[in-house]
Design a protein around this ligand. Structure first.
Ligand code: KG4
Length: 342
């Protein structure tokens, strides 16, 4: 799949709590990237409040897009396609981006490209590594999703394992919240875990019977809640850094073990990690060690592209566009959508 000339894509992202826009050249080069985060607002509530997220996207989306175009020294007439995250995510938040992109497409005549949020998280790796091309195996770990997928081609995916309940990021966020840490919990839990060792608490390493590549993180979340509640009743003091280190270790154990067994079973020597939790320091370090032992080449997005951004939307959109995935004026958002949809 190669495109003749230069192609500029305007990417738009509003699936959760970041309003973002970016201009990307030929699917690999960032010309501009603007991210307006809502973290400070949601921190007060200990997590993302969907209606507030939608309202804040509505307030920010015009300015963020204008900024991305002006940073790229572009006008709408220079843009060849408008890419937008349409699924999965918070439905009200997604609708803001989808409607905005549709209006922009209608008024400018520029084609619209719908982009799956998790596909774009995987594409964040193409931004960081010019030579990375499918096929490879990918562990996708974000706030709302955890799965292992084959990336057979840029727009061809086959899921090998997925979470049966909570995503890894959600379990980390909930554990952090139970321990009284600020939102976003996974990030703070990772920082505090550096001050604790991970062997003092008996938390599970959850497995799913009969489905060795599937995940289940709700038991781990419950174990932390039970520990905190029981300790409060007995008046015991909890060693927060040790709990953080133990939770982080258990999550990493399961993510790494299943990714390595999928790579072995399906014969992959190239593995990527994607999504917000790919910023986790223990996951990055231990996954690198395990891959090195097995002669597997490992890819991670740069830290600045692990979280939600629009540059990754512009990257994935390039390949979606080349494979003929063009949206029309009836494009809608969807809260859930499998990555391997056809
Ligand atoms: O991919 P993402 O930005 O949003 C979704 O699309 O879901 O992922 C957000 C998730 C949150 O659960 C956040 O706590 C987690 O990624 N996260 C981390 C770290 N940085 C972000 N989890 C563990 N360690 C980190 N360093």
């Amino acid at each position: 799949m190669e495109c003749g000339g230069l192609m500029l894509i305007l990417g738009i992202e509003s699936s959760c709590d970041e309003t973002a826009a970016a201009v990307v050249e030929n699917g690999r080069k960032i010309v501009s990237s603007v991210v307006a985060t809502q973290i400070e607002k949601h921190k007060i509530f200990g997590g993302v409040v969907p209606e507030i997220a939608s309202r804040m996207h509505t307030e920010a989306i015009c300015a963020v897009t204008k900024q991305a175009l002006s940073d790229a020294n572009c006008k709408m007439s220079d843009i060849d396609a408008i890419a937008v995250t349409y699924a999965p995510g918070l439905i009200g938040a997604l609708l803001v981006g989808v409607n905005y992109a549709k209006g922009l497409s209608l008024s400018s005549g520029v084609p619209l490209v719908p982009v799956h949020h998790l596909r774009s998280h995987i594409a964040a790796n193409y931004l960081s590594y010019e030579n990375l091309k499918p096929p490879f195996l990918c562990l996708v770990v974000s706030g709302g999703n955890t799965l292992i997928t084959e990336v057979k081609d840029y727009t061809d995916f086959k899921i090998l394992g997925r979470t049966r309940d909570d995503a890894a990021g959600e379990a980390l966020d909930k554990a952090a919240r139970t321990l009284g840490l600020d939102y976003p919990g996974g990030v703070n839990l990772d920082k505090i875990a550096k001050n604790g060792n991970s062997d003092s608490y008996k938390f599970p390493r959850p497995h799913v019977d009969g489905s060795p590549l599937d995940f289940s993180f709700s038991g781990l979340k419950t174990a932390v809640m039970n520990l905190v509640n029981n300790s409060a009743q007995k008046g015991d003091i909890i060693d927060v850094p040790v709990v953080c280190a133990t939770v982080r270790q258990r999550v990493c154990d399961v993510l790494i073990e299943k990714t390595m067994s999928a790579a072995e079973k399906y014969g992959y020597k190239t593995v990527a990690v994607a999504g917000g939790v790919s910023a986790n320091s223990e996951l990055r370090l231990r996954m690198a060690n395990e891959c090195e032992k097995r002669g597997i080449k490992l890819y991670y997005p740069k830290l600045c592209y692990c979280g939600d951004n629009a540059a990754m939307v512009g990257v994935q959109a390039y390949y979606e566009f080349l494979s003929g995935n063009i949206g029309n004026s009836s494009l809608n958002a969807a809260a859930t959508m499998p990555i391997d949809y056809r």
